[in-house]
Design a protein around this ligand. Structure first.
Ligand code: ADP
Ligand code: MG
Length: 339
């Protein structure tokens, strides 16, 4: 029988990869914001239209890209962030897969404007369905603006699968919160259909939380701080009386990356035992710092899951620390008279 195996063309491979990285407009928001952070930006602006379905645009004042890098950034597995397999186990950047821009460009109309401080004139590049349609020199500020238009224009099934504008906007705001909380020293703004949604000046974590969730949050915060040989924890939990029926503000960050961890959630929950009623959810903004060599974040394309070398110690430490912090605020247990 004749040989039948063929290598897929790049644009097909990119579209398949896009399926994993880009589920919805919020996925684009996450990738672009993280690239802006990795570029060392101190000011980041997110502009969306129609819940990101027509436009997601991120502008940063970071390092920018040379004309050659601008072109390369859309190739799959093209990254400036890692060089070798060893680097995978010692990550200091949000990105490292070199897949986001290639994936996004496979399923949207993308325009990139960028300039490094070494250049007088910048680059404008347009790309559609993985094809570069234009690359020209253009006078642009130092930094990068990436505009992603008409997401899933070439995959109608996916486009139709998107939820209502309020639901998609909610997802975008969630991603925006996660990045903005992890980087209080960076100023962020967000506009939707031309109106301001957030204007977050450069600040510290407490102020950032208050700027996002409202001034009433300030008095609800209990500071958490502890350091051991394997992990440093800081951040805040909400006082037990502000626990809610539904999951509200629950944020874990590991090395400034938002992560989902039912295991760590359980640790915090158990620290609140006896202080909140069964079924109520505590609020928390907790930052864990560990040696990048002691974690593996290469588990899922969206990088929201993480594997710790020493999960059990982190659990125990987190539980004890949160308990201790709550104790210091000497809060009487909530008595459940139904029991
Ligand atoms: P990754 O972030 O995993 O490296 P991406 O596809 O997100 O992969 O980006 C590819 C490359 O493009 C990055 O490694 C970086 O060099 C460059 N890049 C992307 N966005 C920006 C930006 N906002 N500013 C400067 N360089 C960027
Ligand atoms: Mg990236």
């Amino acid at each position: 029988m004749a040989d039948i195996i063929q290598l897929l063309p790049d644009h097909v491979a990119n579209q398949i990869a896009a399926g994993e990285v880009v589920q919805r407009p919020a996925s684009v928001v996450k990738e672009l914001l993280e690239n802006a952070i990795d570029a060392g930006a101190t000011t980041i602006t997110l502009v969306i239209k129609d819940a990101g379905k027509t436009l997601v645009q991120v502008t940063d004042n970071g390092c920018g890209m040379s004309p050659v890098d601008a072109r390369l950034s859309f190739e799959r597995h093209a990254t400036s962030k890692i060089r070798s397999a060893e680097d995978l186990f010692n990550l200091h950047t949000k990105g490292f897969r070199g897949e986001a821009l290639a994936s996004i460009a496979a399923i949207a109309h993308v325009e990139l404007k960028t300039r490094t401080e070494n250049e007088d004139i910048g680059t404008k590049l347009s790309i559609e369905g993985s094809e570069v349609t234009e690359q020209v020199s253009e006078v642009v500020p130092i930094g990068t603006t990436i505009s992603v238009k008409n997401l899933f224009y070439n995959i109608p099934a996916r486009r139709n699968f998107l939820k209502s504008n309020p639901v998609e906007t909610r997802h975008i705001i969630d991603e925006f919160h996660r990045v903005a909380l992890a980087h209080p020293k960076v100023s962020f703004s967000m506009l939707h259909n031309g109106s301001d949604v957030f204007n977050l000046p450069q600040s510290n974590l407490r102020q950032r939380i208050v700027n996002i969730f409202g001034s009433k949050t300030n008095e609800k915060l209990v500071p958490v701080e502890e350091e051991t040989e394997i992990v440093k924890v800081d951040g805040f939990v909400l006082k037990p009386q502000f626990a809610r029926k539904s999951r509200g503000e629950q944020f874990f960050f590991v090395n400034d990356r938002f992560i989902k961890s039912p295991y760590l959630h359980h640790a915090v929950n158990s620290a609140f035992e006896g202080l909140i009623k069964d079924g109520m959810q505590p609020g928390y903004f907790l930052f864990l710092e560990v040696d990048p060599k002691s974690i593996d974040i290469n588990i899922h394309p969206t990088k929201t899951e993480i594997k710790f070398d020493d999960e059990h110690s982190i659990y125990a430490m987190l539980r004890a620390t949160v308990k201790h912090s709550l104790g210091q605020f000497s809060i009487a247990p909530v008595l459940d008279f139904n029991k």
